[in-house]
Design a protein around this ligand. Sequence first.
Ligand SMILES: [Zn+2]
Length: 128
Amino acid sequence: MAGLSSERLAEVKDRLLSRKKNLWLEVKDQLKSSIGDGYQEMLATARDEEDQATVSLMAETSLTLLGPKRQELEAIEEALLRLENGAYGLCEVCGHPIEPRRLEIMPEAPLCRNCASQREKLAKATGR
Ligand SMILES: [Zn+2]
């Protein structure tokens, strides 16, 4: 494990989970006000524990207004998975530990600062 204590990991998990919960509520609100009755019913019955299925539902609906929030939710989801399998805190691209300061600000960050800025440059260059 990349030098992160189990206490630290538990803390990160807490933060991710509560962030996820808040985001999820915001997304639900947004969905409710922007889409039809069919989805409203679905969302009303979706519980937080089952949200993964609903996240893929959102992916299918590809609502552009949810873009940033959906991306963040997915990033959090992935960070939680990495916590589970012990890969948390390691850059997905280069495999080096992600700067602790960076994880402090953005606990769901999948990339170290170097790789993230390179990816950003690339995204800008290709227009995504
Ligand atoms: Zn990296």
